[in-house]
Every structure is written in C-alpha cells, then in structure tokens.
Ligand binder design. Sequence first.
Ligand code: NAP
Length: 252
Amino acid sequence: MKRIFITGVSSGIGRELAIEYAKQKCIIGISARRHELLKNIAKDCNNLGSKTHVYQLDVQNRKKCEQVIGEFLKVAGGIDCVIANAGIGGDDNLFSGTSKNINNILNTNIKGVTNVIMPFIPIMKSQNYGTLVSVSSVASYMPLPFHGGYASSKIAIRRIFDSWRPSLQKYNLNLVSICPGFIDTPMVKGPARNFPLQKANNAAKKFIHAIENGRSNFVHPKYYYFVIWLFKFTPMWFYNWFINKMFSKPFN
Ligand SMILES: NC(=O)c1ccc[n+]([C@@H]2O[C@H](COP(=O)([O-])OP(=O)(O)OC[C@H]3O[C@@H](n4cnc5c(N)ncnc54)[C@H](OP(=O)(O)O)[C@@H]3O)[C@@H](O)[C@H]2O)c1
C-alpha cells in the first residue's frame, strides 16, 4: 500500500487529492486545522478502501508538524509521497499600515511548506526513494495586483524545489511543483471567480498523474503554458494597464 501524507485536506484540492488516493487504497495521513471536517473526509476515504489517519495541524507550527509527521511515519512504516498543499489566499491589505495579513500568507505558504517537507527528507534519503510535492500556482509566474504576498510565496516554494531537486535526485527523490490556474474551491473569491474555473476533482486527477510521472513543474490547465509564455514577451506597462482594469480594487 502506497503511503501518502497531505496537508490542507479539510477543503478544496487537498480533499479531492485524498479522495483520489483513497480510490487507490493507499495509507493516507490527512491534516488541516478543522478537525471535524477532516474526520468526515476520513470516513469517505475509508469507505473507498484506504487506511486514513487524521491529524489536526497548523502548518505554521514547526514543532507540531515534526510531532505529527513522526506519528504518521510510525503507523505507516515509511512514506512514498508527501504533498504540501495547505495554503491561504487573500490580499496584502496594502493600505492597512500593518504587515499582519501579508506575513500570515508568507508564513503559511512558505514556512508551512518547509515545516512539512523537511521532516520527511531524512527518511526518504535513507529509504532511497520518495516524492515531495508542493502546490505552487500560476500566480508564481504572473503577478496579480494586491496579491504580492501570495504570488511571492508561490514563487518561493517553486524556487526552493528547483534548488533542492539536483541535490536530492541522487537519493532517488522526485520533487514536483504543481502550478494550478483557477480551480473552483472556497479559496477563489471576488473577481477571480470571473475566470474559467476548473473542477477540483478533475484537477486532482491531473495532479496525481503528474506526480506519478515525476513532472518537475506541472501547470494546469494546459492553456496557462501559453499564457505564461505570452507574459514573458508582454511589455510591463501593458500588463500593468490590463491587470489594473481587471483587478481595480483590493479583494480577498
Ligand atoms: N484554488 C485555486 O484556484 C488555486 C490556484 C493555485 C494554487 N492553489 C493552491 O492550492 C492549495 C489548496 O488550495 P484550495 O484552492 O484547495 O483552497 P481551500 O479550499 O481554501 O483549501 C485550503 C486548505 O489549506 C488548509 N490550511 C490553510 N491554512 C492552514 C494552516 N495554517 N495549517 C494547516 N492547514 C491550513 C485549509 O484547512 P484549515 O482551514 O482547516 O486549516 C484547507 O484545507 C493552496 O496552496 C493554494 O494556494 C489554489
């Protein structure tokens, strides 16, 4: 049985990933802060034939991450794949006079990934196999107004993985950065909902396929590859004018 640990499973993409792995009858560690939601999702996963272990976890809490991961490794007897999916959106609260919002985004989306990924590296190194996955975003390629914290957090985790990949390849570890476009989950609010939204369950299936194929950077849906390419050749003044028209006010 494959052993998978996933963060941010109480909702959206994380939930759908857990359900898909449950269909493969994996041993799954599911985590998030909202325990009641996790317990219900664990029931659904177990009904599909998986062995699901529930952990209430705030990914900003490094010590708790290490403790929970230790517990999961004990019951699972090792690890095949860890998916650092937990993340928050939201704007920077640019005119608030405080860095509270933006720092919360940076802490969750960057340290929340390293807190979860790093405890698995020594065990994967000793096993000589394993897959590390982080959920970045198309926003790591293109800035959105008022979302500097979010976009930069997603660049940071993608770049951390790019830096680690050559060092960990010799231990047979795959590092996969998933870069979704807009997926229909509770995270997508305000004008962002005017973009075409992908279904979360379809997206999860694609992500698992990319993970199993060891893709380094996987963008979904595919047309964002073209958008990202186009962005590289777009003059900044034009992009700023265009994106300001679409997102003229802060939104969460
Ligand atoms: N939806 C999109 O369009 C989109 C696009 C690009 C990238 N992404 C990325 O995909 C990932 C999943 O997002 P989603 O769209 O599925 O959003 P979502 O439905 O809001 O789910 C976010 C998950 O992260 C968990 N989470 C948030 N803060 C946490 C914390 N401090 N500790 C532990 N868990 C925490 C939440 O659980 P609790 O609140 O219960 O803790 C929830 O389960 C995120 O990293 C997001 O940035 C999403």
